[in-house]
Structure formats: structure tokens, C-alpha cells
Design a protein around this ligand. Structure first.
Ligand code: MN
Length: 128
């Protein structure tokens, strides 16, 4: 049984819906928010198994939010996967520099999305 939880921080509702549907179909528990500020608050409260972080957010962007999570002892252990727009050259490097444990490029590939997320969670899990 899959009881892992994922926090999605993404301002595009279509991406949130797609990612949520795919992950919930595999048993993941999903929380989502559209802003970095609320995302940081939820990450501290929920301590999800993985944070899916859109890099381009209104207001505080995903890079700043990732740095905030990774510099806070309460959340520095969380796995953060950046969500970058394929057209935005350089976003991938920025995501890793900011502390993301990995990244996925949009548009979301429905065939590989869930298995990639599962791999990130498994590789960061201490209970193998
Ligand atoms: Mn965005």
C-alpha cells in the first residue's frame, strides 16, 4: 500500500490537476497550493515525502522557496523536485543549484511521471 504524501506547489491549475490525478491513481496523498509562501508553510506543517516545486511562480519563485526549505533544519531533509518549463533554458541548472534533488520538465509526460516520482521517493528513503 502506498501511503506517501506529496505537496504540489504550482500555479498552473491544469498541471496541478494532471499531476494530482496521476499520483492519486497510484495511491499518493496530495496537497497542493499555488504560491511559494503557502507551500513553505504547508511543507513545515505536513512534512511530505516529496515536494513538487514549480520553478516559475508568481511572487516568490520556486528557486527561492527551495532555498528556504533547504536552509531550514525543519524541512532541509525533504525531497524537492523542481518542475521546469522545457522552453526555459537554464532552469534545470538553477533548480539543482538552489537545492532541488532533481527536476522534471513540463509538459508532464503522463507515461513516466508517476514512476519518476516514485523513484525520487525511494532513492531518498532511509527505510529501504
Ligand atoms: Mn508556474
Amino acid at each position: 500500500m502506498n501511503d506517501s504524501s506529496i505537496l504540489i506547489i504550482e500555479d498552473n491549475p491544469l498541471n496541478v490537476e494532471l499531476a494530482s490525478d496521476l499520483l492519486q491513481a497510484s495511491g499518493y496523498r496530495i496537497h497542493s497550493t499555488r504560491t511559494a509562501e503557502e507551500g513553505i508553510r504547508l511543507a513545515r506543517e505536513l512534512l511530505p515525502d516529496l515536494v513538487l516545486m514549480d520553478i516559475s511562480l508568481p511572487g516568490m519563485d520556486g528557486l527561492c522557496a527551495t532555498r528556504a526549505l533547504k536552509s531550514d533544519p525543519a524541512t532541509s531533509h525533504l525531497t524537492v523536485v523542481g518542475l521546469t518549463a522545457h522552453a526555459m533554458m537554464g532552469d534545470e541548472g538553477s533548480a539543482l543549484q538552489s537545492g532541488c534533488d532533481g527536476y522534471l520538465t513540463k509538459p508532464i509526460d503522463t507515461r513516466t511521471f508517476v514512476s519518476t516520482i516514485t523513484k525520487f521517493i525511494k532513492s531518498s528513503s532511509h527505510e529501504t
